[in-house]
Design a protein around this ligand. Structure first.
Ligand code: ASP
Length: 357
């Protein structure tokens, strides 16, 4: 059992029956940052220090507890060990809450959402990540709307039944499947999109759920994984990439899997030396997973001559998966300790709604 300092917010639930109970976990990110006059950069603050900027929390109509992860971080410092900490924390608190919100920096939010989607199995409750492009203390901040709507979505029930059963990202009016989302904008408020999957809900004056696209309530019992394998890397192709460098990368000690970021619908140079390097690596047991550099569309190995060579090199198609989800899926699957054949089989399965079937 991990020890955390949790605190309760005195929300607007007096006299109300059957209120939902939400746990909000604060990890850091711009939402909770201030400008440090000495360093001349934005740095994360402790939750206690930003709470005074959010009087709205007391008007929330569900019960709310908060757990800050120490220390708060810029999400560029996110790591698999924190993902496991978050999954463990949610698992430990699972029975006590109807929904979970994670306040997180935007830079690696899609990675964390993807990692949690794999670590949490048979999830029957919402886990909603959100953050902001401007700190909560700034007048024009987007933090309040993002946070309050994420809390309301996490608390939402129909006939006393939770509506969402998956890890999502809520940002700027859109609820997205977490393992389908990508950060695509660093200046505007609409930071996230999921080009290959429809929004799960659109939130304006009303919240309109896109029910046919939401994951159904799982039948199995909730469980979680507490290990990830980091022997994974991403190799992004570009015209002129040197075979000598590719050879070095594929010979990296302990390497178990490579996300190969290819062009368009999964195409790569047809150069024999390059294809031999991939084939040799596959024969040595390194899994090569083909993910497109495009945010929309899907890998279709064999459509073009320039992807047929990849089929021969035993490269696995990532179909329409994002790079963020591909990395996390590999980390999760490799940690299960299955044979390479079984890992490759599972890679091609749709485990948590991250790829087309
Ligand atoms: N660098 C920040 C972070 O990811 C950016 C943000 O939160 O928007 O923590």
């Amino acid at each position: 059992m991990v020890k955390y300092k949790s605190f309760k917010i005195d929300t607007d639930i007096k006299g109300k029956a059957d209120v939902s109970k939400v746990l909000m976990i604060y990890t850091g990110g711009t939402l909770g940052m201030v400008y440090d006059q000495v360093k001349k950069t934005l740095v994360p603050l402790k939750f206690e220090e930003i709470q005074k900027n959010i009087p709205e929390l007391e008007r929330f109509e569900s019960a709310l507890d908060i757990i800050p992860i120490e220390p708060p971080i810029d999400s560029s410092n996110m790591s698999p060990s924190v993902w496991i900490e978050l999954a463990t924390l949610i698992a430990e608190q699972y029975d006590d809450y109807d929904g979970f919100v994670i306040l997180h920096g935007t830079d690696t939010m899609a990675h964390t959402a993807s990692a949690l989607s794999f670590l949490l199995e048979n999830l029957a409750k919402p886990v909603i990540l959100t953050g902001a492009q401007l700190p909560i203390g700034v007048t024009r901040t987007d933090a309040r709307e993002n946070m309050m709507t994420a809390l309301e979505l996490a608390a939402d029930k129909v006939d006393n039944e939770t509506i969402l059963h998956e890890v999502c990202i809520y940002f700027n009016g859109r609820l997205l499947r977490g393992n389908r989302a990508k950060k695509y904008e660093s200046s505007q408020f609409d930071a996230f999109q999921s080009e290959n999957y429809p929004m799960l809900a659109e939130v304006g004056i009303y919240c309109v759920y896109n029910r046919p696209y939401m994951l159904p309530k799982p039948e199995g019992k909730f469980s979680f994984s507490d290990s990830l394998n980091r022997n994974v890397l991403v190799l992004k192709l570009f015209p002129g990439i040197s075979n000598a460098f590719v050879k070095q990368i594929l010979a990296t000690e302990n390497l178990e899997a490579v996300v190969l970021e290819t062009y368009g619908s999964g195409n790569a140079p047809s150069d024999n030396e390059f294809l031999h390097l991939l084939k040799d690596a596959s024969e040595k047991g390194i899994i090569i997973y083909n993910v497109s550099q495009c945010s929309g569309g899907k890998v279709r190995q064999g459509d073009y001559d320039t992807s047929r060579g990849l089929l021969n090199a035993d490269v696995i198609s990532g179909k329409d998966i994002t790079t963020e989800a591909a990395v996390c899926k590999l980390m999760y699957l490799l940690a299960l300790g299955n044979s390479i054949t079984e890992t490759k089989r599972l890679l091609q399965e749709n485990l948590r709604g991250e790829v087309v079937d």
